[in-house]
Design a binder for this molecule. Structure first.
Ligand code: COA
Length: 258
């Protein structure tokens, strides 16, 4: 397993846990950290992780956003490069061939919120605070937030979050669908770990296909997505897991998935 200064990757029982480890900067994402994240996600994929968890080190922050110190004096061309790098990481989370859970253990602002949006599922500690706060810095969300936020919380809600730079606590975030679940701070790790293990035990090909098909809804007009779903669905027939899952149901026993 490779090592990075500001990112930790642990793999246990098919679950990869990726921790942004820059607690003195509230896990803000500088260039080094983005490169490390990109490499670590690729490594988790190469290791065939069947679930991936993204979280932040320390007690206060998930990820407090892009690194403001780094951004302050960027030229347009340099900002474009930084945006590309952030997008690459968000895209890698979104297209990771297994479910990705954001374990939001504290502040998730700007790019931190955007990375959470690129995950499949979001579980927040009751201490978490989320927001697309870029407007207060004279910029806008630049790592996918303008596109991913509205499909998760709806158009008007997204506009309010982005226009006002609203910071919302975990409970409000849950009510608007920005996170799927809120748990006591001390239970976050255990809850997410249980969820990840549960996902990792499910039939891998079907999980991958389910994620790919669900992602399509954002890529294409609905008609193309429906066609894509049909194709993926039928392609699972004949796999071990499909035959076994259906046989087990009919024989009233537990399935033994690959
Ligand atoms: N980029 C760079 N450094 C950051 C950072 C960021 N996004 N967020 C926090 N830090 C740094 C602070 O500058 C501070 O550094 P210092 O110890 O050298 O002074 C350190 O992390 C701790 O943060 P601090 O602001 O002292 O903690 P706090 O508990 O008072 O406040 C926040 C926490 C998250 C409310 C506050 O840090 C904040 O608003 N951060 C910016 C969030 C943001 O706008 N993100 C979007 C970026 S696009």
């Amino acid at each position: 397993m490779s090592e990075w200064n500001t990112v930790r990757l642990e793999l246990e029982d098919d679950v990869a846990t990726l921790t942004v480890d820059r607690p003195d900067r509230l896990n803000a994402l500088n260039v080094e950290t983005l490169h490390a994240l990109r490499e670590a996600i690729a490594e988790a994929e190469a290791e065939d992780a069947r679930a991936l968890v993204l979280t932040g080190a320390g007690e206060t922050a998930f990820i407090a956003g892009a690194d403001i110190g780094h951004m302050r004096d960027l030229s347009t061309a340099e900002a474009q490069e930084y945006a590309e790098l952030g997008h690459e990481v968000a895209d890698a989370l979104e297209s990771f061939p297994a479910p990705v859970i954001a374990a939001i253990n504290g502040y998730a602002f700007g790019g931190g919120c955007e990375f959470a949006l690129a995950c499949d599922l979001r579980v927040a500690s009751e201490n978490a605070v989320l927001g697309q706060t870029e407007i207060d810095l004279g910029i806008i969300p630049g790592w996918g937030g303008t596109q991913r936020l509205s499909r998760i919380v709806g158009d008007e809600r997204a506009r309010r979050l982005v226009f006002f730079g609203e910071r919302v606590d975990a409970q409000d975030a849950h009510e608007m669908g920005l996170v799927g679940e809120v748990v006591a701070h001390d239970n976050l790790e255990e809850r997410v770990s249980r969820m990840a293990s549960d996902l990792a035990e499910r039939p891998a090909f079907a999980m991958r296909a389910a994620k790919e098909a669900l992602n399509q809804v954002h890529e294409e007009p609905q008609s193309a997505g429906l066609t894509y779903e049909r194709r993926l669905w039928s392609s699972l027939f004949g796999t071990h897991d499909q035959r076994e899952g259906m046989a087990a149901f009919l024989e009233e026993r537990d399935a033994e998935f690959e």
